[in-house]
Design a protein around this ligand. Structure first.
Ligand code: 1HE
Length: 272
């Protein structure tokens, strides 16, 4: 009879999420699915707080995350049915909750890849903007219909979206209510990669797995130091970059990886 293994049983990955979200792990990466297709993945309080639970309970050995949406659309944005009863103080608190949750994505420990398809509108676009890498399927389209609904951005879209496509384009989307198709979005910088319909999740997983192989300290510097350096004055940026470079290159991880390359074990950078 086989001896019982002494290894402690690895707990299955099962974060306590609402029914509107589903999570699974695949090796080093975790995949979060918006699972409210009957409401086009509209983001209500339960869903936004569920996103927070997902990121707060991310296992330490997860190295990257993929977010995608179930059904025909990535997300129809804010659940408009929750908005009608809110007074101004409650609306401020609500928006601040979104900021807190989306900040956990942008300023979290691991890179997050989002796969966008169908409608990526309002709060759905704000959610995508908080992620580090954006992959669009050809069906994706982007809109900010807040003006036509008598509301405003509330998920830090005014902070993040102008940094992606410029104030002028955000103003255009908001004033006109027009949408950008996937090609336009790719040209303007809303997506990094454009793939065929139905190919987004596989591409998202491939990219997340690739990102997960980087040195964790390098990924952290890329996600957190790079944007700050880019926005600082050149003199502070110069010193911060040099300090960051010194910290990263003196790590054991860097030493091993550099030796691997020099001893012909590391990957070459080949044209793809
Ligand atoms: C919703 C929502 C929603 C759908 N809140 N319930 N967002 C918007 O202004 C976008 C509003 N939604 C749409 O324009 C369309 O639903 C879609 C183009 C995304 C999809 O159309 P379609 O024909 O596939 O679906 P549908 O029939 O319009 O919607 C299916 C159901 O989802 C229906 O409910 P049902 O009970 O009648 O079946 C819709 O009411 C429901 N639904 N979208 C609530 N958004 C932090 S501030 C951010 C501010 C914003 O995000 S503003 C943008 C709001």
């Amino acid at each position: 009879m086989a001896k019982p293994s002494k290894k402690p049983m690895k707990k299955p990955y099962a974060p306590k999420l609402p029914a509107s979200l589903a999570a699974k792990r695949r090796g080093d990466i975790a995949i979060l699915r918006l699972s409210r297709p009957q409401k086009r993945n509209a983001i209500d309080d339960t869903l936004v707080l569920g996103i927070e639970t997902f990121f707060r309970s991310l296992p330490k050995d997860i190295k990257a995350v993929v977010i995608h949406g179930q059904g025909e659309h990535f997300s129809a944005g804010l659940d408009l049915s929750e908005l009608t009863e809110r007074d101004a103080p409650a609306a401020v608190a609500h928006s601040q909750t979104w900021h807190r949750v989306f900040n956990q994505i942008q300023f979290g420990r691991v890179p997050v890849v989002v796969v966008m398809h169908g409608a990526v509108v309002g709060g759905g676009l704000e959610l995508a903007a908080a992620c580090h890498l954006r992959i669009a399927e050809r069906s994706a389209y982007y809109g900010l219909p807040e003006g036509s609904r008598g509301i405003f951005l509330g998920g830090a879209g005014s902070i993040r979206l102008p940094r992606l496509i410029g104030v002028s384009r955000v103003m255009e989307l908001m004033l006109t209510g027009r949408t950008y198709g996937a090609e336009e979005g790719q040209t303007y910088g809303l997506s990094h990669m454009l793939v065929g319909d139905g190919e987004g999740l596989a591409k998202g997983i491939e990219i997340a797995e690739r990102v997960a192989q980087n040195a964790p300290l390098s990924n952290y510097a890329i996600m957190h130091a790079l944007p700050r350096i880019a926005e600082s004055d050149p003199a502070s940026g110069s010193m911060t970059e040099s300090l960051m470079a010194a910290v990263a290159s003196s790590s054991d991880d860097a030493k091993t990886r550099l030796r691997d390359f020099l001893e012909k074990r590391g990957k070459k950078v080949l044209r793809e």
